[in-house]
Design a protein around this ligand. Structure first.
Ligand code: PMV
Length: 322
């Protein structure tokens, strides 16, 4: 097959990935836990073209150059090496999530690219191998291969660092889109700066290992409130860590903090609502599905709100065009 299309959705981590132990292989310092969403799909087509000297990448209708094109080419180089094929490809991708706004656009993007590229280049990969391949493009993309809840095992080697499904209690995620603009520092650059300059980084690694163990236990017990508390603590620790870089990086905006205040107020009146935020100002509120409408209404004057539930994993559609 020389043309394939794949669809993937973003995921939001309840226990975050922040920091690599190997930047080439994208091996993380810790494991992480996430929910793949049922909103904001990305659809990507990869078509091999022997007439091309270099890969071509069209993102949301525009020809990409510079860093985005380099990242796609470096990713396709990994696929080509596995397939033993040198042919270049035309990549067409259309997303529905605001790019680079801390809403995991790279997770959906690289999961879809891993699916489409592996099929187009004739690799027959099982789910675990697809999570490892997606990881090479963007660490968090490994988790978007998996439907619903996923744990990404840190692992010490390429083979050991994969994502798989995990059972969890029913959750909704209420997304407050505080600012859909591009973030000032990419998560890749910010992670590097964190590892190199934050005095708190070793404590982050130990405490996140511990948070992941407790979060998985809360999942097994079906305990939404314990899971939510762990997720909020872990997210605020990640933002504190990022702010402790030199020079510092701050992703949360005044409106993000206003959302955090509302979440505390919701808890004060007995609603099990817990906040998390990726590398950007948008805040995601974790709650029981039955409480999602109340949480949405409590935040509606602060930001644009999207309610998400557990979504599907990576879907590969042989041959179709984006
Ligand atoms: O996969 P990357 O390089 O886009 O990094 C993702 C980092 C966070 O979204 C902040 C955390 C996570 O686990 O998704």
């Amino acid at each position: 097959m020389t043309v394939a299309t794949a669809v993937a959705h973003p995921n939001i981590a309840l226990v975050k990935y922040w920091g690599k132990r190997d930047a080439d292989l994208n091996l993380p310092a810790t494991g992480s836990l996430s929910m793949t969403l049922d909103v904001f799909p990305t659809r990507t087509t990869v078509a091999l073209d022997p007439a091309l000297d270099g890969d071509a990448f069209t993102l949301d209708g525009r020809a990409a150059t510079g860093i985005p094109l380099d990242r796609v080419t470096r990713f396709l180089d990994v696929v080509r090496a596995l397939a033993g094929v040198e042919t270049r490809a035309r990549v067409t991708s259309a997303g529905t999530v605001p790019e680079a706004a801390g809403l995991a656009s790279s997770a959906a993007g690289f999961a879809a690219l891993a699916g489409a590229a592996s099929a187009a280049y004739g690799l027959d990969l099982d789910e675990r191998a697809l999570t490892r391949l997606a990881r090479r493009g963007s660490g968090s993309a490994s988790r978007s291969v998996i439907p619903g809840f996923a744990v990404w095992h840190a692992g010490d080697t390429d083979e050991e660092s994969f994502a798989e499904s995990v059972d969890a209690p029913a959750l909704a995620m209420v997304i407050a889109i505080v600012d859909a603009g591009e973030k000032p520092v990419s998560s890749r650059a910010a992670m590097r700066r964190t590892v190199l300059t934050s005095p708190f980084y070793p404590a982050w690694v130990t405490s996140t290992d511990e948070s992941l163990r407790s979060a998985l236990a809360a999942c097994r017990d079906g305990d939404v409130d314990r899971l939510g508390r762990i997720a909020e603590t872990n997210a605020l620790r990640m933002h504190a860590l990022i702010q402790s870089c030199d020079p510092p990086i701050r992703y949360l905006a005044p409106t993000s903090l206003a959302v955090l205040d509302r979440v505390e107020a919701l808890r004060a009146r007995g609603v099990g609502a817990y906040a998390t935020a990726d590398a950007g100002p948008n805040v995601v509120v974790v709650c029981r599905p039955a409480d999602a409408a109340e949480v949405r209404d409590a935040l509606a004057d602060l930001a644009e709100i999207v309610v998400a539930h557990p979504g599907p994993g990576l879907r590969i559609e042989p041959g179709a065009v984006a």
